[in-house]
Design a protein around this ligand. Structure first.
Ligand code: XMP
Length: 511
């Protein structure tokens, strides 16, 4: 275990991911965690992250020197590097000379940390203070114009640090530097993989669940499917999955659950056909937030009724959720050792349904969940599926949602997705919504006749996390095929447009 101590860095999660890419398991802890508590977890190494503050600022987080007294291998990054230098008696000064973004570094003496990296390195920096003299016992390895000490190490005490951000992609040899610390200084082995997670979790879930019954709501997305597959591997037919078919899915999605999930895992699946119920509740509604509220409410109602029914048949004690590590970190919780907690009104479930939650993915990042899905035998079509919003196509029809409009949109959407896949672009594109402007008509001509149909909007985007996004530059020939096929094959659509707005100012979805 490597603990990444978060000093308020934008990059703490990125550091944890890079460490895991080096096949060393890592978790993030807040800097406010007492050192004894960190040490109690028996970390093989500790990484001090960057942070927004100056080590001189009032109230700036400090490092308890007990950490260094305990003799744990420690690596400081940016703020963590300066804080480490300061705590151990080095000279850190306010320079006023800010280095920001791409910065050249000169390696004066590679030592262990920078062994084999180029002498002139381009790295990503973001700092205002600088270390001017290292603490006693440390060797200076590199310098920049603004930082007389840009990297140091004390191999004897297994301590090292860099002023720059080795975790970001723009830092040359970043991963190599991290790995030198992890393997060569801290003595980590690098034998952690997501396959170990399967074995570990299967064992844990078996112990927790015993012979009790478990319920899981499948959304059709990656997270719930992988979580369910893992639980299914552990306890087999003590698991029942529920899939609420609300009629707002894309073409073929409900069948795909059968084909990609049930056929592979053999899980007992309860499909609830609730199309009439959802479309009835959505009738006449055009406001986007109203649509969301209605779909959310009806989903809870349906799931609750199904859970009650199943609970009456066989007493259910546990509920599986596909919570991921970023949610856990953001909500301030530690991943800890346990993947179980009592349910606190999850998704609005009533309190008289007393489930405990099983969250077997709560230590994992999205890309690791995908690897796990593959390791569990789930097909790529499911594991690499694009994210799809809970309210489904209801928020991709601008205007009232009706069965006819859903059918039109499903046809157009299927063509767009099929052509994207055929062009081999699924993995490059984050999401590819197709939006039906159902209340807009435009004049066209087709065959010999005038048409008066609806436009659709293609909204292909690239993104890392959906927080920001850019419009995707799809090749013209792909766009052309999609446009031709949609206007030829979908009667009601006579115009295809492409949305070229980034996020911000646009959002990914139109509603
Ligand atoms: P926006 O449109 O806000 O979308 O840029 C960001 C990401 O969130 C998805 N999304 C939703 N997911 N319920 C969901 O479960 C919703 O109401 C919802 N609205 C947007 C969207 O598809 C994108 O991935």
């Amino acid at each position: 275990l490597v603990l990444v101590v978060d000093f308020g860095a934008q990059y703490a999660q990125l550091i944890a991911r890079r460490v895991r890419e080096a096949k060393v398991y890592s978790e993030i802890v807040p800097h406010s965690m007492p050192v004894e508590e960190m040490l109690a977890r028996q970390p093989k190494a500790i990484i001090l992250s960057g942070g927004p503050q100056s080590v001189y600022a009032e109230g700036a987080p400090r490092i308890d020197s007990a950490l260094f007294d305990a003799g744990v291998s420690t690596f400081g990054i940016c703020y963590g590097f300066q804080a480490m230098a300061q705590t151990l008696g080095g000279d850190v000064r306010k320079t006023g000379l800010r280095e920001f973004g791409r910065t050249p570094v000169t390696v004066s003496e590679p030592g262990t940390l920078l062994a084999g990296v180029p002498e002139d390195l381009n790295v990503w920096m973001s700092h205002g203070d600088a270390v001017h003299a290292p603490p006693a016992g440390f060797a200076v390895l590199a310098t920049t114009e603004g930082a007389p000490v840009a990297a140091f190490e004390d191999v004897e005490r297994r301590l090292a640090g860099v002023q720059w951000h080795p975790e970001v992609l723009h830092s040359q040899a970043g991963q190599a530097v991290l790995e030198h610390f992890l393997y060569d200084i801290a003595g980590c082995k690098g034998d952690w993989t997501t396959t170990n997670v399967v074995d570990e979790q299967v064992e844990l879930i078996r112990q927790q669940v015993g012979d009790k019954q478990v319920l899981c709501a499948l959304s059709g997305g990656v997270d719930s499917a992988v979580a369910a597959a893992l639980v299914s591997r552990a306890i087999g037919d003590q698991l029942t999955c529920v899939y609420v078919d609300h009629g707002l899915q894309r073409a073929g999605e409900s069948d795909q659950i059968e084909k990609d999930f049930v056929a592979v895992t053999g899980t007992r699946l309860e499909v609830v056909d609730a199309e009439d119920q959802f479309l009835g509740a959505l009738a006449g509604v055009t406001d986007p937030e109203q649509k969301r509220k209605i779909v959310g409410r009806e989903f809870i109602r349906t799931f609750e009724a199904t859970a009650r029914k199943l609970d009456a048949e066989r007493h259910i004690e546990f509920l599986v959720q596909g919570t991921l590590y970023p949610d856990v970190v953001e909500s301030g919780g530690g991943a800890g050792a346990s993947n179980i907690k009592s349910h606190h009104n999850v998704g609005g479930l009533p309190d008289d349904l007393q489930f405990s939650l099983i969250e077997p993915l709560r230590t994992l990042f999205k890309d690791e969940v995908r690897e796990l899905g593959i390791a569990l035998g789930l097909p790529e079509s499911l594991v690499y599926r694009h994210p799809f919003p809970g309210p489904g196509l209801s928020i991709r029809i601008i205007g009232e949602v009706t069965r006819e409009r859903l059918d039109i949109l499903r046809q157009a959407d299927l063509i767009a997705r099929t052509e994207l896949t055929a062009a081999g672009l699924d993995r490059e594109i984050w999401q590819f919504p197709v939006v039906l402007l159902a209340d807009v008509r435009s004049v066209g001509v087709q065959g010999d006749g005038r048409t008066y149909g609806h436009p659709v909007v293609l909204r292909p985007v690239t993104s890392e996390d959906a927080m920001t996004a850019d419009w995707a530059r799809l090749p013209y020939d792909v766009l052309e095929r999609i446009s031709t096929r949609i206007t030829n094959e979908v009667d009601e659509i006579n115009r295809v447009t492409v949305d070229i707005t980034s996020k911000p100012p646009g959002t990914i979805e139109w509603e």
